[in-house]
Design a protein around this ligand. Structure first.
Ligand SMILES: Cc1cc2nc3c(=O)[nH]c(=O)nc-3n(C[C@H](O)[C@H](O)[C@H](O)COP(=O)(O)OP(=O)(O)OC[C@H]3O[C@@H](n4cnc5c(N)ncnc54)[C@H](O)[C@@H]3O)c2cc1C
Length: 367
């Protein structure tokens, strides 16, 4: 049976970042069930480098977003990953939203995001032309990144360190013998076994399913999973925006906001819809809701230019309220060498390197 120090399950942006960092010190393999890496959430998101504004005090999301953002900009520069710090404008369209905007600025400051600036009416008009806003705040450290190139850079780092990426290979189950994990994997209908000291479950929307197939893990350590779909519409043709425009956040997401990709293409979304099964099919039915939400802050929207685009699915751990990333090690579940990552929704892309360093620290602490 082949043996390796660390097996990472899932080659999304988080699993790849973890494998890239761990491979600096350990023999590391990352497996992916599909032919390509990053086919799920990591290629179905807004590609925004978040500043770290929204998350509750001392949450993992706040800490890992703020440190992750800095690590990510440095990484992108060093490894030539396309990224741009284009900034975003947070807008309040009326007085009650203005209160929310002030609360967000205070929350951001608690999280260590101290570069937000209230905009004057003239500045608002320049940074967010045609936008209907009672007040606006500028976030200069928000940016955009090419998520595919980012994952490729993690993959390159992994292979430079002698680590391995194996596609078309599915984690089936793991047996813990008190020291090692004996992992059953499936590749092209063939089953084989791998022994590892450290097992990292970074399977995203499948993390709960993988965890439930680790024999030593008590079921009460596996949180519930709720799929929360987010859909996008792209905007065809010219538009006046150079920065991202964010209305006030909603209960499960950041509101239907306007983002740009590195080619300057404008898109709107994601909305939020809880669904029962993994289904990435976008639906035209959402259009009236999008038009209404966008027109609240961009009354000049030409709705005929909105084109149905793509969907992503958030791995929510609960149906209501703020929720944090869950990164479990033996302190929580008592199994030495096992780390489970659950609920890695936004800002997981931004935080990917910070998550990787945190996981690496947990791994080294137990060896
Ligand atoms: C709509 C939406 C918008 C978002 N926007 C942003 C944003 O702008 N900025 C930001 O910072 N974050 C954003 N996020 C969050 C970010 O995309 C995720 O946090 C991140 O992509 C999660 O990466 P991951 O590696 O954990 O999961 P995934 O990308 O889902 O990767 C998990 C991988 O594990 C593999 N896998 C699963 N089971 C097995 C198995 N049994 N064997 C082998 N492989 C397996 C899967 O095939 C998959 O490739 C957004 C998320 C959504 C849904």
């Amino acid at each position: 049976m082949e043996q390796v120090d660390t097996l990472v399950v899932g080659a999304g942006v988080v699993g790849l970042a973890i494998a890239a960092i761990l491979s600096e010190q350990q023999d590391t393999i990352v497996i992916e069930q599909h032919a390509q890496f990053g086919e799920h959430t990591s290629s179905r998101n807004s590609e925004v480098i978040h500043a770290g504004i929204y998350y509750p005090d001392n949450s993992l999301k706040a800490q890992l977003c703020v440190t992750g953002k800095a690590l990510l900009y440095t990484h992108c520069e060093r490894y030539h990953v396309p990224a741009q710090k284009i900034g975003k404008v947070l807008i309040a369209t009326n007085e009650s939203e203005n209160e929310k905007l002030h609360a967000l600025v205070a929350q951001a400051s608690n999280n260590g995001v101290t570069d937000l600036q209230f905009l004057s009416t003239a500045e608002l008009r320049t940074k967010a032309p045609e936008i209907n806003a009672a007040a606006g705040v500028w976030s200069p450290s928000t940016g955009i990144v090419d998520s595919h190139q980012l994952m490729l850079s993690y993959l390159n780092k992994l292979s430079q360190h002698g680590g391995h990426y194996v596609n078309n290979t599915q984690f089936i189950k793991a047996h813990f013998d008190g020291e090692h994990f004996i992992v059953t994997l499936k590749c092209d209908e063939e089953v084989f076994y791998l022994k590892c000291k450290t097992l990292i479950n970074a399977a995203g929307l499948f993390a709960q399913a993988c965890a439930s197939n680790i024999d030593a893990l008590a079921k009460h350590h596996i949180p519930p999973l709720h799929y929360c779909k987010g859909q996008y519409f792209s905007y065809q043709g010219k538009h006046p925006f150079k920065h991202l425009i964010y209305p006030m956040p909603e209960q499960h997401g950041l509101g239907i906001h306007a983002t740009l990709d590195l080619a300057g293409q404008l898109k709107f979304g994601p909305d939020t819809e809880f669904i029962d099964q993994l289904d990435y099919t976008p639906s035209e039915h959402a259009k009236p809701h999008f038009v209404e939400a966008i027109k609240r802050y961009w009354p000049k929207l030409d709705s005929t230019r909105l084109q149905l685009s793509y969907c992503g699915i958030r791995p929510k751990l609960q149906l209501q309220g703020a929720q944090d990333f869950v990164i479990q090690d033996h302190h929580q579940h008592g199994i030495k060498g096992l780390i489970n990552l659950f609920g890695i929704e936004s800002p997981g892309l931004t935080a990917s390197l910070a998550i990787a360093h945190k996981v690496a620290k947990q791994v080294y602490a137990t060896q």
